[in-house]
Design a protein around this ligand. Structure first.
Ligand code: 13P
Length: 253
């Protein structure tokens, strides 16, 4: 019912040439885009090069910014706005990644401003949520994630929410090699879907894709994807190695 989506988040790891080389490796393999939607999030400097390479090959790989300004335009040195992303060739944006929240101190309010602006500008928006280890150990992980979700989606109307993908990324699983068990991830994904259903109704909630992120690898994607409410993955480290990312995209084979 929901088409799986596998998205690579390259973070701040590759220069322009390395990003282009990586996307070319991905494009050199025949992937079944009818089965799985695929996307990549290069850094801002590489984005237009990567987007052009993808466009020239005529494949439907989505390109996302890793962040976006909450401002439309103006004197905001160092910031990148939604229009810049779109005109550089992006169709999507990642907002509220835990690294933006924890390293750069982005608040739920700021993330909500970004989400509303990105959706207004017709960028597909991947809204990230996820709890810290201490919150999971204290048993407040579901509460925490639903709070982030409610804040992130504040003021987002029923017609705009169709353009949202939720990424559940437990902070303790990012880059650590520790993955949430499929059962733990499913518990959270089901809670997220229930929240979406209460807020937007079951028809819309059933269409929204919820990705899992946090040490997704070729050997654990299969078990995660078997779960009812896990609709894909937001992949960090393993998306930097073409062979591994391709295996993850082809998880169903
Ligand atoms: P890793 O796959 O490296 O754990 O990163 C996950 C992530 O943060 C994707 O956005």
């Amino acid at each position: 019912m929901r088409k799986p989506l596998i998205f690579g988040n390259w973070k701040m790891n590759l220069d322009v040439k390395q990003s282009d080389d990586l996307v070319r490796s991905l494009l050199s393999v025949k992937l079944d885009y009818g089965m799985v939607d695929v996307g990549v999030a290069p850094d801002f400097c590489s984005l237009s090069t990567v987007a052009r390479t993808i466009r020239d090959m005529g494949v439907p790989i989505s390109v996302a910014g890793q962040n976006v300004s909450q401002h439309e335009k103006g004197a905001f040195t160092g910031d990148v706005n939604a229009d810049m992303l779109l005109t550089a060739g992006a169709d999507s944006v990642i907002i509220g990644h835990s690294e933006r929240r924890t390293v750069f101190g982005e608040s739920d309010e700021l993330i909500n401003e970004k989400v509303r602006l990105a959706l207004r500008c017709k960028l597909h928006t991947i809204l990230c949520v996820g709890e810290l280890l201490a919150e999971r150990e204290a048993g407040v992980h579901v509460e925490k994630v639903l709070y982030q979700l409610g804040m992130g989606l504040k003021g987002v109307s029923v017609d705009r929410v169709n353009n949202i993908v939720i990424a559940y990324e437990p902070v303790w699983a990012i880059g650590t090699g520790k993955t949430a068990t499929p059962a733990d991830a499913e518990e959270m994904h089901a809670a997220i879907r229930k929240f979406l259903s209460k807020t937007y109704g079951p028809v819309i909630a059933n269409k929204i894709r919820i990705l899992y992120g946090g040490s997704v690898k070729p050997d654990n994607i299969g078990a995660l994807m078997l779960r009812e409410n896990i609709d894909g993955a937001l992949v960090g480290g393993a998306s930097l190695v073409a062979e591994d990312f391709i295996k993850i995209i082809n998880y169903y084979k």
